[in-house]
Structures are given as C-alpha cells and as structure tokens.
Design a protein. Sequence first.
Length: 144
Amino acid sequence: MPYEENRSALISHHFLLVIIAFIIPMTACGRRNSYSTDIDVTMADYQYEPNEITIPAGQQITLNLANNGAAPHELVIMKLGTTVGESFGDEDEENIYWEQEVEPGQQMSVTFTAPNEPGVYQFVCGIEGHYTAGMKGTIRVVAP
C-alpha cells in the first residue's frame, strides 16, 4: 500500500509540474508591452484620468479626449527634460511638444506622433490656474 501512495503522489507532482510549465510561458507572453497607441483621457475640473500614460516612441498616437468639466481644458505635452514651474505661463510656450484644447462637454479624437526619445514627459493643462490646481500628469515614452 505505501508503494501505491508514493506512486500516486509522484504522478500528482509530475502533473502539477507539467501544468506550471505551460502556464508560466503563457502569462509571460501576455505582458510583452504595457502601452497603447489608442488612449482614452477624461478631463474634469481639475484632473486627468488617467494621469499616467505609457506610449511607444515615434508611433502615431490617438487620444480620445473627453472634457467632463465645466471649464475648457488643455492637454499640453512638454518637451523632454522640461517641466512647468510654479504655474504655467508664457515662459513655458517654447517648451511645448504638442497641445490640444477641449471645450466643456466636448469629445474628440486627435492624433500626434510620439516623441522619438524615450523618457518621462510632463503633461499639464495650460489654462490659467488649472496647473496650480493639480491638473498634470506624466507620459512615459518607451522603445517599441
């Protein structure tokens, strides 16, 4: 009888190893890239959802923007290595990589080409007072 119990335990152990051997590679395949080229962004008073985005470098990106707030909002992407100081002002204009304004209640899809250089880029609302109220986020540009 002990032989049968050991044999049964050994077969169960081998079966479990075979299952694990198939599951691990399958889950690794599902995590190849954690970025998208089609992104939904909701603007509200005074926040973005999501406020952290990852995109592939040099690719065409579609932003589906919806302004659910009571005020107009902008999505302004700053150039790599630049950030807005205490408030967004005229001195920040030369550091803009790309921008789009969205009126209250408006929805739109816009496209732009992602920067070629991987890194972390700041995005903000360029309308006076919105940045200081907390309307900002980051875009992580990664190698495709």
